[in-house]
Design a protein around this ligand. Structure first.
Ligand code: FAS
Ligand code: PHB
Length: 392
């Protein structure tokens, strides 16, 4: 048995865990990250692509924003496609703000590299991770690494282990309330080394279903089409994907799409989920461990980042200033932001996707709302200020 001690044990090396670790290091607070996958596996997951300014500010505070500031793409708006035409939502004109397109993979890479250079401990491929004692003064994390049992004593545990992690699952059922909505479709996503079809993202509402034209750089694109939950990614040939994508776009845009071999193809289910509260004694949940949004509003990664920012500040106040105010307000402060993002992500998903059970009446309502949205400065501003990120 290896006995170790740290101030904060972080479960999970996704964006929430890695960013929390980087922010704590800026305050000289010791943290160990325990991750059950390999670093290569974590980096191979293709996920988010859009960063709010608040996330970029947190990356800068953590000292890991240099590459993002150099390679990230500044986007001043998005385009909505419906009835065969594009309609631009001008973030800069409506809010004075923009978003940055920079893949979650790159954020994760930068955080991992920064952690390794600083010589901070991340135990990858940890097996049978268990947490206990967080309802008392002496929490413990137990896991097996290379066949050797580890016991990590700590002052606090950060549950950054995602929706399927063990931290939320370890909380007694009568201490937690969950809210969930499952959507009757998924997103089939393709990553390809082809130039993006437009400078900015296109969100398409089409009778055949939703489509999204996104990107990672000027030479790498990320596309999605709404698909059935019965679909399997390996059932979709590249040609079938490109044909379906182009059928959901205006003719001139469809003809401008550069196709090519997929380098990643996967289907993500869509759900809205919130667990309340996000604190249980000395256990704090952050990121997907506490909440999930449908990716339509590009909020998942950004919520994980703001949770990490709130938690890092609360832990720093506790450890350095002997004040528990930040930790005592952590859950309420995160959930106030989470629920606004849940509402926006649900609204944008409901507006842009085809729901079989909504019928012709539901489609007409969507068309009426889209026409109103792009014709009303107030309605467009409401979309824009949620998309670029509400004030922290
Ligand atoms: P993560 O799930 O990223 O990280 C949790 C980490 O904990 C993982 O590395 C996992 O291996 C580890 N872990 C799990 N159980 C463990 C255990 N028992 N012990 C130790 N470690 C454990 N968001 C967007 O904004 N836009 C998108 O397009 C988008 N697409 C997505 C597609 C998919 C398929 C998924 C699943 C999510 C997507 N998201 C998207 C949301 C996503 O980006 C998350 O919000 C983001 O990864 C949240 O980061 P974390 O909270 O760190 O959770
Ligand atoms: C992505 O590029 O993966 C992406 C961008 C915006 C979204 C969802 C996904 O709303």
């Amino acid at each position: 048995m290896v006995h170790e001690r740290t101030q904060v044990a972080i479960i999970g090396a996704g964006p929430a865990g890695l960013l929390l670790g980087a922010l704590l290091a800026r305050h000289d607070i010791d943290a160990v990250i325990v991750e059950h996958r390999s670093a290569e596996y974590v980096l191979a997951r293709i996920r988010a692509g859009v960063l709010e300014q608040t996330t970029l500010d947190l990356l800068r505070e953590a000292g890991v924003a240099d590459r993002c500031l150099k390679e990230g793409l500044t986007h001043d708006g998005i385009e909505l496609s419906f009835d065969g035409a594009l309609h631009r939502i001008d973030f800069r004109a409506l809010t004075g703000k923009h978003v940055t397109v920079y893949g979650q993979t790159e954020v994760t890479h930068d955080l991992m590299q920064s952690r390794a250079v600083a010589g901070l401990t991340t135990d990858y491929e940890a097996e049978d991770v268990q947490i206990e004692g967080f309802d008392g003064e002496h929490p413990v994390v137990r896991y097996v690494k290379n066949g050797v049992p580890h016991e990590l004593a700590c002052d606090f545990i950060a549950g950054c282990d995602g929706y399927h992690g063990i931290c939320r699952a370890t909380v007694p059922r009568d201490a937690i309330t969950t809210y969930e909505k499952i959507y009757p479709f998924g997103w089939l996503g393709v990553l390809a080394d082809v130039p993006p079809v437009r400078h900015e993202l296109i969100y398409a509402n089409h009778e055949r279903g939703f489509a999204l034209c996104s990107q990672r750089s000027k030479t790498r694109s990320r596309y999605y089409v709404q698909c059935s939950l019965d679909d399997q990614a390996d059932q979709w040939s590249d040609d079938a994907f490109w044909d379906e994508l182009r059928r959901r776009l205006p003719v001139d845009i469809a003809e401008a799409v550069t196709t090519g071999p997929s380098i990643e193809k996967s289907i993500a289910p869509l759900r809205s989920f919130v667990a309340e509260p996000m604190r249980f004694g000395r256990l704090f949940l952050a990121g997907d461990a506490a909440h999930i949004v449908p990716p339509t509003g590009a909020k998942g990664l950004n919520l994980a980042a703001t949770d990490a920012g709130y938690l890092a500040r609360g832990l720093a106040e506790h450890c350095l200033e002997r004040s528990s105010a930040g930790l005592d307000h952590y859950s309420a402060r995160c959930l106030a932001r989470v629920w606004k993002a849940e509402r926006f992500s649900w609204w944008f998903t409901s507006l842009m996707h085809r729901f079989p059970e909504a019928g012709a009446f539901g489609s007409r309502l969507q068309q009426a709302e889209l026409t109103y949205l792009v014709g009303s400065r107030s309605a467009s501003t409401a979309l824009a200020e949620n998309y670029v990120g509400l004030p922290i």
